[in-house]
Unconditional design. Structure first.
Length: 169
């Protein structure tokens, strides 16, 4: 259907989705303690890229689909109630995934089976989409910045996570 006027646009527009209507949950009981459902202030629904494989043929490059590459998942965590519970949980998870001491130890049990789900809600409160990220682990746990010159600002910190795959429902 062609949209030829503003009236057609308004009639065919469903209201859009809002970026502030989402929930994030975790099933990483062994790696992450706490319920993040209301403590994630910002999250992305990550993208995925397919890198092309170039094949040279008679002076031309023919691109065919290559490997799927998942982009890092970025979240901003609200440090709430117990002032260090979430920050400490992410730091401990990060530290125990690859511990450094007398020898470097990689604990894949902190990755395997750990999934996080981002649910994006529509304007009526129903699910617009649900994305589940599988085998998640933290790559970067950002700093928890403290600043006496900031008034009326809640403490947050950023976390970047990697994962092996995701499903969209």
């Amino acid at each position: 259907m062609a949209i030829n006027s503003i009236t057609d646009f308004v009639k065919n527009f469903g209201g859009g989705s809002r970026v502030n209507r989402f929930s994030v949950t975790s099933s990483c009981n062994s790696a992450f303690t706490g319920n993040p459902a209301f403590h994630i202030r910002a999250a992305t629904i990550p993208g995925a890229n397919i890198t092309p494989i170039g094949i040279n043929y008679m002076g031309r490059t023919i691109n065919i689909p290559g490997e799927r590459v998942y982009e890092p998942w970025n979240i901003t965590v609200l440090d709430d109630k117990n002032p260090s519970a979430f920050y400490n949980s992410f730091k401990n998870w990060h530290t125990t995934t690859v511990s450094i001491g007398d020898e470097i130890k990689i604990d894949t049990s902190k990755i395997s089976g750990c999934s996080w789900t981002v649910t994006h809600f529509n304007n009526a409160g129903g699910k617009a989409r649900t994305v589940t990220l599988n085998d998640v682990w933290p790559v970067v746990v950002g700093p928890l910045v403290l600043d006496m010159s900031q008034d009326n600002v809640l403490a947050t910190f950023d976390v970047q996570l990697l994962y092996t795959s995701f499903t969209v429902a």
